[in-house]
Design a protein around this ligand. Structure first.
Ligand code: ATP
Ligand code: MG
Length: 634
């Protein structure tokens, strides 16, 4: 086994040799002719001429060796009592379900290159639908279940699906969230409505069927019970799916993923980063509506012959120990979650972390937003396992930065997601002239082209937008911008310092809202904080903070509140200087976030400036925004 340094250096200097070896991890129906075609930068084509199929690699290939092994374990605590209900599918059973669903889609006229929009809760049928699409060469576009009609309509019009797969309802903390009304309204708003809608009836909500359009999945499944559907052999660069970015910073972009490169990259990452061997169990708590769910609930574990856990529910029901109870029962070796989820658990009794037998678990991976040190330490100590931060984007499909413990168990550094993964030629660039910036200096985190296998091929239907958005932000270079600030230290570890559009300008000083947030967070009574730049006639912009306190007693009266605000400001003064001091610190009990745990800074800022908060479909808790509105009005 080479050291990390050799391993990564070779992936950059000899991409041909490196990825040719990695490509052996998957089945190629027809071998590729070339490893990489980068003749038309920034468009990279990996494994040119090779044909393969994601579903074949995820399901069929394991039939002979793992037919009786569990492939998918569905655990739902969205039951009346909150007690988990389970259903497990072996690789043989998964194969049957995927073939049935593929038969249904084919029967509805869906073929290679057609799109299928999946608007589903976290149920096994959603996974069957994704794999069925892959099987027949159709592109799935999973839209987070429960998104509001307008944003669903926008995604329908962008992807133009032939069929939509949906359900009567999702469920959240034991309460049904009906989908059908939202879906009908979205289809009514859409310019390019689907011809057919396949509906899974969970018996949670009314499910009136529109004649000629809506079809019951249960009935269709019975009709296609014995279908065997051949895999469509896709050229490696042919698209496998479209996934829209979270839209934290702007209009969601339809990230288009290829087939062969994605399969190779995910299979490699399962070993190199996630250290989960074939036959072992992987537990990712994300949602299939997000990229983490695509890559590490569905494709990564299955491509690698693992057992994957599909969890429907919150981390708190029936109690805050549920995830650890699942670990005790199902014995995953790797687990993947997010800092937000851990912060949610942190509000509850730490005894939950030690109540269950976690001996199977080797590593806990966290990604999606900055991992603060107190949260990392709390969970690492609580469960007694190493916590591995990793940094990536919907666009990249798998980690850009991590500690690749499957290659070499490099030490972690708090605050750093680690070092570049295979094939990522990560650099820190000057946003002014595109020059490379040395160690310990802040700049834009960029990736010199080509992006490695598995990353986005283009923006769906809009090559021009792909180039303009990602490849022109770093001047004079064919480099991909992550739109995140970062620093590389002398040991080659990267630190992410916030998004490039989170910079504010106070009286000529450029300040990162993230730095101010970190400073405020270091105050012992602050649990969480969001800082935004708000237009100010005098200073151009001022920082305004919204903070959640740990001990509400300390802000119980208006006088105490004022004193506490001053105290928080002092913390910033002493750490960053008075210029970074927020003009106001408002106290709230919760912050507006997306369901994937990202702060909706754009919406907070809009409210502060008296503007419309914009697209709020991804918001976790709408009342959080009301608190901002009320705080600002005061
Ligand atoms: P949009 O691009 O539409 O505004 P988004 O960027 O929120 O949406 P994602 O692709 O889900 O959508 O998020 C990727 C971003 O999340 C990264 O660019 C980075 O800002 C942040 N992020 C992810 N993981 C980490 C991490 N480990 N540490 C710090 N930041 C992270
Ligand atoms: Mg982004």
């Amino acid at each position: 086994m080479p050291s990390y340094k050799e391993f990564h250096a070779r992936s950059i200097s000899d991409p041909d040799g490196f990825w040719r070896e990695q490509a052996q991890r998957i089945h190629w129906q027809r071998p590729f002719e070339r490893v990489l075609d980068y003749s038309r930068p920034p468009f990279a084509r990996w494994f040119v001429g090779g044909t393969t199929n994601l579903a074949y690699n995820a399901v069929d290939r394991h039939q002979a060796t793992r037919g009786e092994q569990a492939a998918l374990v569905y655990i739902s605590t969205e039951t009346p009592s909150g007690e988990p209900a389970e259903k497990s599918y072996t690789y043989a059973q998964l194969y049957r379900e995927v073939n049935r669903f593929a038969g249904i889609l084919k029967g509805l006229g869906v073929g290679r290159g057609d799109r299928v929009l999946i608007y589903m809760p976290m149920v096994p049928e959603a996974v069957f639908a994704m794999l069925a699409c892959a099987r027949i060469g159709a592109l799935h576009s999973v839209v987070f279940g429960g998104f509001a009609s307008v944003s669903l309509a926008t995604r329908i019009d962008d992807a133009k699906p032939k069929v939509i797969v949906s359900a009567d309802a999702g469920s959240r903390a034991g309460k049904a969230v009906p989908y059908k009304g939202l879906l009908d309204e979205a289809i009514r708003l859409a310019q390019f409505p689907p011809a057919k809608v396949v509906l899974v009836n969970r018996g949670l909500a009314e499910l009136p069927l529109v004649a000629g359009r809506d079809l019951d999945y249960g009935r269709l499944r019975a009709e296609h019970m014995n279908d065997e559907v051949a895999c469509e052999w896709m050229e490696s660069s042919e698209p496998s799916y479209i996934l829209y970015t979270s839209g934290t910073t702007g209009k969601p972009k339809g990230v288009q993923r290829d087939t062969g490169g994605y399969a190779v990259a995910l299979a490699a990452s399962m070993e190199q980063i996630f250290c989960c061997a074939p036959g072992e169990t992987y537990f990712c708590t994300s949602d299939i509506g997000w990229v983490v769910g695509h890559s590490y609930i569905v494709y990564g574990p299955l491509l690698n012959g693992c057992t994957t856990i599909l969890y429907e529910g919150t981390p708190l029901r029936p109690d805050a120990g549920i995830w650890w109870r699942i670990v005790e029962q199902h014995r995953p070796t790797s687990m993947f979650s997010s800092p937000t989820a851990i912060r949610v658990l942190k509000k509850h009794d730490p005894a939950f972390l030690t109540r269950y037998d976690l001996s199977s678990l080797r590593l806990l991976f966290l990604a999606g937003e900055p991992l603060d040190e107190p949260t990392a330490q709390w969970i690492a100590q609580g469960i007694g396992k190493p916590v591995i931060d990793n940094y990536w984007q919907t666009e990249t499909g798998w980690p850009i930065l991590a500690i690749p413990r499957g290659v070499q168990a490099l030490p972690s550094k708090f605050g750093s997601p680690g070092v570049p993964s295979a094939g990522y030629n990560v650099k820190i660039f000057s946003e002014h002239d595109g020059s490379e910036i040395g160690a310990d200096q802040k700049g834009v985190v960029g990736i010199e082209g080509p992006l490695p296998p598995g990353c986005m091929s283009t923006v769906w239907g809009d090559d021009e937008r792909f180039v303009r958005t990602y490849w022109t932000a770093i001047p004079g270079r064919m480099a991909y911008s992550t739109f995140d600030w970062g620093i590389r230290d002398a040991d080659g570890y990267y630190f992410i310092l916030g998004r490039t559009d989170d910079v504010i300008n106070v009286a000529g000083h450029r300040l990162g809202t993230r730095e101010i947030e970190e400073s405020i967070s270091s105050h012992p009574n602050i649990a969480e904080v969001a800082v935004v730049g708000v237009a100010d006639s005098l200073k151009g912009q001022v920082a305004v903070a919204f903070a959640v306190v740990k001990d509400a007693g300390r802000i119980a009266t208006p006088e105490l509140k004022l004193a506490h605000e001053g105290d928080v400001m002092k913390t910033v003064d002493s750490q960053l200087g008075a210029v970074a001091r927020p003009a106001r610190v408002h106290f709230v009990t919760t912050l507006p976030k997306t369901r994937s745990g990202k702060l909706l800074r754009r919406s907070i800022q809009a409210l502060c400036e008296g503007r419309d908060p914009g697209d709020l479909t991804t918001i976790e808790d709408p009342t959080a925004l009301e608190q901002i509105r009320a705080a600002v009005a005061r």
